[in-house]
Design a binder for this molecule. Sequence first.
Ligand code: C5P
Length: 237
Amino acid sequence: MPKSDQGSRLIVALDFDDPEVAFKMARQLKPTGCRIKVGLELYLSGGSELVRRLVDDGFDVFLDLKFHDIPNTVARACAVAARLGVWMMNVHGLGGKKMMRAACDAMEALDRVPLLTAVTMLTSHAEEELSQLGLKDTGIQQHVGQLADLAKNSGLDGVVCSAHEASDLRERLGPEFLLVTPGIRPAGVPMNDQRRAVTPEEAVEFGADYLVVGRPVIQSVTPMSTVRDIQRAIGEY
Ligand code: C5P
């Protein structure tokens, strides 16, 4: 995590299909307690208006739309997203070096440049799916490493990855490259559909800079106290 970053490592995924429900939840959380992730579901229901409102309320927003298109299109989309005032956004690493480079270049000219991360392989892919995708000869682990190298060489700030990949990637990419890890479950909390979740403290121990947590917080009866429990577990509170 950058030394200059005084904020929380915790990013709460506001996975709602109704922007008003999302705002209600955001109002229960404090911008000093966590960051917020807006993914496809919430963005499609609330649009850029919702992102602006969250930014105006003081939240650092991670816009998780995983752009993957030709370089020009992605570059222009990134510039528009950056102007919304988001703190972090992402592209898909499989878009390749030219696309990722174009995304970085598009934002260089702006006053306030968000952190730009890349998704490597979706953690939902099982090993056997790689051959269906035509990615026959290498395992998931190697693919993740290669795409993370590509993201770094393209000038990106970090990658979204599984916490299980974090220690290898930390060693491979050095201390500055940001690792953002979903698939986190505090001890004793239901796994939902996460198959190999780790606890917040394990994720930090493995080298994660930022932890994405959704349902354990947003389905909690007392979301802010769950946020505080997670912060306590990672020594932030
Ligand atoms: O509710 P839960 O904590 O499982 O939410 C995790 C969040 O992280 C969701 O928004 C999900 O889309 C996202 N995510 C993930 N696994 C990935 C990439 C993103 O769970 N590999």
